[in-house]
Each structure stands twice: as C-alpha cells, then as structure tokens.
Design a binder for this molecule. Structure first.
Ligand code: ARG
Length: 457
C-alpha cells in the first residue's frame, strides 16, 4: 500500500515502482526507523498532540514490530516502497486506525534524514572500535620491536636505519588521526532533523529539543530546509573512510613488498594468504592486494556522492536517495578491510635478521659518517663530500663503510680515528637518534607511553 495514493488515479508503471523503491537497501535501518518513531510519538503525547493511550498503543505496536523483525517472525516485504511505508503499514494492520496517527507532524524527508543519522552514528562507533583494535595490534608490534633494526627508505632507496617500532609508529599516527576525524564528524552531525517536516517545519506545537534528547542528539537542527537536504556528514564520512583506505592501502603495498621473495622482511601467515591454481610454489598476499584494490571503491563513493549533491536545489530531492547504497557499501568495505588487515598484521612474522642485515648494507650509515666528521670540526658540506668519496671507494670494491681499514679511511681524510667504527655501527646510528619523534629506542619508548595512554581514553 502506498503512503500517497489519494491524489493519483492511475497505478504507477511497474518499472517505475522498482526504480523508485528503496526498500532493498533502506531496510538496513529498520531499527533506527522504529526508534525514531517511538521518540516522535512520545514527544507528540507529551505535547498533547496524541493522547497517552494512543501513544501507548503505537509504541507497543512499534516495539512488537521491532521484536518480530529481529526474531525473524516478521519478514520485511520486498514489495514495499521503503522501510518507512513498511513499518507504518504493518503498524496500522496490527493496531488499526490509531497507527495512522504515527506520521502526524512528520514527513519522510525528515524521517529519512533522522534514520540515516542514527544509522551512521552507530556505524561511526563501529568503525572507531575497529580502528582501535588495529591500533592495539600495532602497539603490540611497536612495543616488542624497539630494537629491531631495518632500513628506512626514501624514494624506495635505502636511506637511514630505523626500527620496526618506528616504521609501524608512523602508521599508528595515521590511524590515530583517522579516529579523530571520525570523532569530529560525529560531533558535527549530532543534531536532530526530526520536526523539519517536508521542508518547512510544521504547525503542530512539537518539542523538537525533547525528541532530540530522547534520541541522544546534542540539539535539534536550526533550519528545516537544511535539515532535510544536508548530506555533508556523509561526504565527510566518505572522505574519512577514503583516508582510512588510503592508509591501509599504503600499508598493504609495503607488506606486499616486504613479503616478496626479494625483501623477505616479513612472512604473511598461511591463514591470510592464498595459493595458485597452476604454480604449486606460490603463496600470494591476496588479502593485502584486495584491501589495496578496494580502496578505489571507497574513493568512488566519495566522488559519487559529491557529484550527486552538486546540482540539487533546496530542499529534498529524490536524488538524495542515492546516498544510501554508496555510503553503505563504503562502510561495509572499510569495516571489512580494517578487520581483515588487523588479523593479517597480528599473525605476520618478522624476519628480524634479514631486516637487520638489509639495514647494515646500502650505506644507511653514510649520514652518520658525515656527522662524525662534523663532530670533529669539519663543516657539514665538506663532510658530505668526503663521505661521498668513501662511498664511491666502497662501491668500487663491493664493501661497506664498516669494512674499510683505518688506513683506507685516513687516506681519504686524516680526521678519522679508531672510534669511527663505533660511530657508524648500526646500533649507534639508531640509538643516537634520541630527538623527539626519532627511532632511537629511548625516544620511541617515551612515545609508546603516550600511545598507551591514548588507547586507554
Ligand atoms: N527513500 C527516500 C530516500 O531515501 C525517503 C524519503 C522519501 N521522500 C520523498 N519525498 N519521496 O531519500
């Protein structure tokens, strides 16, 4: 049964019916729709717009529908136009004419705006707790690898030695920012649109602040036209999720490289790898690749919703129904990716010896050799040139700076003494980097204390 049959003489075309309907995807928020309706009638009764007995019957009816949908005795009718019509139709079937009073002082425009906000609020908290789990997994790795040396890269060329803690700490920071973005969005969106009606509010003496407080909103929205046509928070959420995915994708790209036969820095667990149908030796990082791949899909949602919104005149237009499938898919994808990635990380093994060996070659200590000269009074630019000559000398012979004899050093600069070997050892190179934010284990240990506190909040 349609909510709007009165003005029509003809049935709509059956394809139109299908094209227009949203029940296949908006049934997701049946719970939010019912909770919103319960708050609405509670407010209507408080304002004397409904009697207490009417409110009682409607609330009981709605609670019954909720229970029955939840336990599977009431199936959501796929032929209904949307979840709002479905709930109202079942309510009226069950409790009779009083059910028709539910929609007093309300429109589907403010109703859908409300439902979506309630739904998104729950999803934001789920996304947040998944990110929190990921941060815990990262913290475990960070804490147990303060002295696991590895090369740090720029341009994917070995640059200076760092530690696994430090490298993973960079990702910790990214996902921390992602959480704070989510919490900003949650704060900004937490205003209640109910009572905005179709676009111009209503003449009923609604207490909008009361409804807002019943539903856990900070306040009611201030402009009814904006209330029914604001989808900013969905755009912000898609943008935040796109950023989460970008971070995951970079991380996946690195783990794919590190897991390759060329690097062998890590080994992904069997449970998070797949095989090849033809090459028996293969163990592929498909999960990491899929997370990297699905990033495009979440970016797509962001661009789609921005594009959908860009030409819509005030106030509500049906274009906005398109927000749901996009956002739902982006949320499902992002949640799935965070969860899988976390599992992959928790089970991944580090080949610490290989990482350390890799850090020890490739002249990652060249900067420290230059710093040694600076500490002995040579201006940095000259020191840079001298070490450049050392590197060239080593490259010719296929050796590392650590392998040169003191005579060879002195031949290039007499400033070098026996203590050069200690100054450029991998351990010294990392340990001496104690400035805030650097990989030195003592600096990193202080940061870890902060990380722990942040996760306790
Ligand atoms: N299914 C609609 C949506 O998702 C609900 C609002 C319908 N309002 C209307 N005036 N047709 O946007």
């Amino acid at each position: 049964m349609k909510l709007w049959g009165g003005r029509f003489i003809k049935e709509e075309n059956s394809l139109v019916n299908q094209f227009n309907a949203s029940i296949s995807f908006d049934q997701r928020f049946y719970r939010q729709d019912i909770h919103g309706s319960i708050a609405h009638v509670t407010m209507l009764a408080k304002q004397g717009i409904l009697t207490d007995s009417e409110k009682q019957q409607i609330v009981e009816g709605l609670e019954g529908i909720l229970t029955d949908v939840e336990n599977g005795t009431l199936e959501i009718d796929p032929a209904a136009e949307d979840i709002h019509s479905f709930v109202e139709a079942v309510l009226t079937q069950r409790i009779g004419d009083v059910g028709k009073k539910l929609h007093t002082g309300r429109s589907r425009n403010d109703q859908v705006a409300l439902d979506m906000k309630l739904y998104i609020r729950d999803e934001i908290s789920q996304l947040d707790s998944l990110l929190k789990n990921l941060l815990h997994a990262l913290l475990t790795i960070i804490e147990s690898n303060l002295e696991t040396y590895m090369p740090g890269f720029t341009h994917l060329q070995k640059a200076q030695p760092v530690t696994v803690s430090h490298h993973f700490g960079a990702y910790f920071e990214m996902f921390l920012r992602d959480r704070s973005r989510l919490s900003d969005i949650r704060k900004r969106m937490n205003t209640c649109p109910l009572g905005a009606g179709a676009l111009a509010g209503t003449t009923y003496p609604l207490d909008r602040e009361y409804t807002a407080s019943l539903l856990g909103f900070d306040c009611a929205t201030r402009n009814s036209m904006d209330s029914v046509s604001d989808r900013d928070y969905l755009i912000e959420l898609c943008s935040a999720m796109a950023t989460v995915m970008m971070h995951l994708s970079r991380f996946c790209e690195e783990m794919i490289l590190w897991n390759s036969n060329e690097y062998q820095f890590v080994e992904l667990d069997d449970a998070y790898s797949t095989g090849s149908s033809i090459m028996p030796q293969k163990k592929n990082p498909d999960i990491a690749e899929l997370v990297r791949g699905k990033t495009g899909r979440v970016y797509g949602a962001l661009v789609s919703i921005l594009t959908t919104m860009k030409g819509i005149p005030l106030a509500y237009n049906k274009d906005m129904q398109e927000d749901k499938e996009l956002v739902f898919d982006a949320i499902d994808t992002t949640k799935g990716c965070i969860a899988l990635f976390t599992g992959m990380l928790e089970t991944m093994k580090f080949n610490k010896e290989i990482m350390e060996k890799s850090a020890a070659n490739g002249f990652t200590n060249a900067t420290d050799a230059a710093d040694y000269l600076v500490n002995h009074g040579i201006p940095f630019r000259d020191a840079h040139g001298i070490v450049g000559r050392l590197v060239l000398y080593c490259l010719d012979r296929g050796i590392a700076l650590d392998d040169m004899s003191l005579e060879e050093y002195k031949a290039i600069s007499p400033v070098f003494e026996e203590d050069i070997y200690d100054a450029i050892s991998l351990k010294t190179c990392v340990e001496k980097r104690t400035v805030l934010g650097a990989p030195g284990p003592s600096a990193m240990a202080k940061v870890v204390v902060e990380y722990k506190k942040l996760l306790e909040e």
